[in-house]
Design a protein around this ligand. Structure first.
Ligand SMILES: [Zn+2]
Length: 259
């Protein structure tokens, strides 16, 4: 029941995520004005804003100017719904709610980073603040027993996560003579550290780097494109950590202890 409710709420929030993806990199307000067609500026009626169904009914075109609505719109709506469903299947409150919001943020930043090669401060810096506050009030999120302990865990996460990537960025720039990693990535990893401590931050870099190398080589071979944003891989890394990080880490530690 909770999963179904989270799924439908997620679909609705998905339309808002689309608004964020379009407006955040353009520095437009995400609250005002209401949804309108980016092409002809016609306001979108509420019934043309019903997630997924409106896209199907309109056959993927704006009802007044017939401009194609990118497939991203129904897809992000579905992802938004799935995020809620997954989080509420995986965790109980309040973690299910926090997990859902984090998933939503990951969807938005992934899309923005792919299209614009930036990670909005609303998400990265906002994530640092939200992470510190959330872990303070719900310390067992990071396995701490008191607020002040989780605060320490969070601070270490921010410094180690952000610091490590900052260090990599500086070294990378020295070696490759060009910007290897953006400030957005550094701030994002600091936010991940705030939410998940240094273990989560390091796990994310580890998975993100492996995925990034594999996909990056593939993309380079196919499209000859040079710039591949790192943000989506960090998003993938923390997504995997959130779902499987605990068991994976204990399996790994168990293996290490055998030798
Ligand atoms: Zn239009």
């Amino acid at each position: 029941m909770a999963q179904a409710l989270a799924f439908f709420t997620g679909l609705l929030v998905g339309s808002f995520l689309n608004v964020c993806i379009w407006r955040m990199p353009r520095n437009e307000s995400i609250a005002w004005p209401g949804s309108h067609c980016p092409s002809c500026k016609t306001p979108i009626f509420w019934y043309d804003n019903i997630p997924v169904f409106a896209y199907i009914r309109l056959r993927g075109r704006c009802h007044s100017c017939q401009t194609r609505i990118p497939f991203r719109y129904p897809m992000v709506e579905l992802l938004g719904g799935f995020a809620g469903f997954l989080a509420f299947s995986w965790w109980t409150l309040p973690y299910a709610l926090m997990g859902t919001v984090i998933f939503w943020a990951l969807i938005v930043l992934t899309w923005i980073d792919i299209e614009h090669q930036i990670i909005p401060d609303e998400i990265s810096v906002g994530g640092i603040v939200a992470g510190v506050i959330f872990t303070f009030f719900f310390p067992d999120w990071v396995g701490a027993s008191a607020g002040w302990m989780s605060l320490r865990e969070s601070a270490i996460g921010v410094i180690s996560g952000g610091g490590f990537l900052f260090f990599m960025a500086v070294v990378g720039e020295k070696i490759f003579k060009k910007e290897a990693m953006g400030g957005g990535d550094v701030k994002l990893l600091a936010a991940i550290g705030a939410f998940f401590g240094w273990k989560g931050a390091l796990f994310t870099i580890f998975i993100g780097s492996i995925a990034g190398s594999f996909v990056g080589i593939g993309v380079k071979l196919v499209t000859k494109k040079e710039e591949i944003p790192f943000g989506p891989y960090l998003a993938l890394g923390i997504f995997i950590y959130m779902l499987f990080g605990g068991p994976l880490l204990s399996w790994y530690m168990g293996r290490m202890l055998q030798y």
